[in-house]
Design a protein around this ligand. Structure first.
Ligand SMILES: [Mg+2]
Length: 368
């Protein structure tokens, strides 16, 4: 397979409602999409970097720049294009994992479509549908939060995750437990908003029988998480800190987490995501699929990954309408709290050209 070129497309997707986390509020999701064109097939990749470097150091325009200057030329220079060769070809460039993941996914998708094989099959999926949770942003009031949670439970979501930050943690959790009961699968995500000095305060979440507390401390504070894990009864889960299979192995060895959130963009792609899954499975550590407000393109691949055997807790693989009124692909629709794993070749979905054009702000074609 030979690369003819890669299209970089910037789109802006209006969110159905503002999404607030401890690092900021989003109203429109700016997304960089990649289309890898080969003689045999085209493949799609979605870069999960956000507009601003607040969740991680990457951001949309930096991703477009590094792809244009370095990553795409390195892949174009490969004598034989192959999804498994992309990671090694890009390894000499430091960081930029979200940009690398998007490029690897686009190449892998093209390759799998050419071969008529699905991403789920390629990754080792063992299920044809995955249980879904939903991530609920920080709200202006408890009443507003309870309305939102009630709506998601009515829609059939099997697990609720509350975003928390100092000043919005124990009380919202208590309110959700009081209103909806102890049987609701409930967890919280702090997106690095606390320090180890908050350990006693965070232990105030222990009586609520949460599945986990996600990334309470800074992404580099792995030892801090290990200290915190000794104090909390609630299991600590890492998100931002886990950037590779090696960092996952280290965090588990240090006792910094009992559960891992896997986001392929954060770790450089689906192949590294699978290696993290394998490391965690070997250590008896459950994993679940995180979300980055993906369109149908990124969601399709995430659902395929979430069908691997080690994904034993519901992920943030929500339905398309959790974030977008109209998706750019066929929408992912919740069925009995589950999403179906796309069975078709590659990621199994294709963007609708008309819908794509409506949200596109910029297109660049980079010939190989
Ligand atoms: Mg998180």
């Amino acid at each position: 397979m030979k690369l003819a070129g890669v299209e970089l497309r910037l789109i802006g997707m209006p969110l159905v409602a503002p999404f607030r986390t401890s690092f900021g509020t989003e109203t429109t999701r700016e997304v960089l999409l990649l289309r890898a064109v080969t003689g045999e097939a085209e493949g799609w990749g979605e870069c999960v970097a956000m507009s601003d470097p607040l969740y991680s150091s990457e951001y949309v325009h930096a991703a477009a720049d590094v792809l244009t200057r370095f990553l795409i030329p390195a892949v174009a220079a490969l004598p034989e294009l192959d999804g498994n060769a992309v990671g090694p070809a890009l390894a000499k460039f430091k960081g930029h994992r979200m940009a690398k993941a998007a490029l690897e996914t686009a190449v892998l998708d093209a390759e799998l479509r050419a071969q008529g094989r699905s991403m789920a099959r390629e990754l080792g999926a063992v299920r044809d549908r995955v249980p879904c949770g939903v991530s609920v942003g920080i709200m202006d009031s408890i009443g507003e939060l309870l309305d939102a949670v009630g709506g998601y439970l009515d829609a059939g979501y099997l697990r609720i995750k509350l975003k928390i930050e100092p000043g919005w943690d124990v009380e919202p959790v208590r309110a959700v437990r009081e209103r909806f009961g102890d049987d609701v699968l409930l967890q919280v995500d702090a997106n690095t908003a606390y320090t180890v000095a908050d350990a006693r305060h965070l232990a105030g979440l222990d009586p609520f029988d949460l599945l986990l507390i996600e990334q309470p401390l800074d992404e580099e504070d792995v030892l801090g998480h290990a200290e915190l894990a000794k104090v909390l009864r609630t299991p600590v889960c890492l998100d931002e800190s886990i950037t590779s299979a090696r960092s996952a192995a280290d965090a588990i060895r240090l006792g910094a987490c009992r559960i891992v959130n896997i986001k392929p963009g954060r770790v450089g792609g689906y192949l590294e995501a699978r290696r993290i899954h394998d490391v965690c499975a070997a250590n008896g550590v459950p994993v679940w699929a995180g979300g980055m407000l993906e369109t149908g393109i990124g969601r399709a691949a995430n659902v395929a990954l979430a069908a691997l055997p080690g994904f034993t807790v519901p992920g943030d693989t929500s339905a398309s309408d959790r974030y977008y009124r109209t998706d750019i692909t066929e929408p992912f629709v919740l069925d009995d709290g589950h999403l179906a794993v796309p069975p078709g070749p590659g990621i199994g979905v294709t963007p609708d050209p008309a819908e794509l054009d409506k949200v596109t702000s910029k297109v660049d074609w980079l010939p190989a």
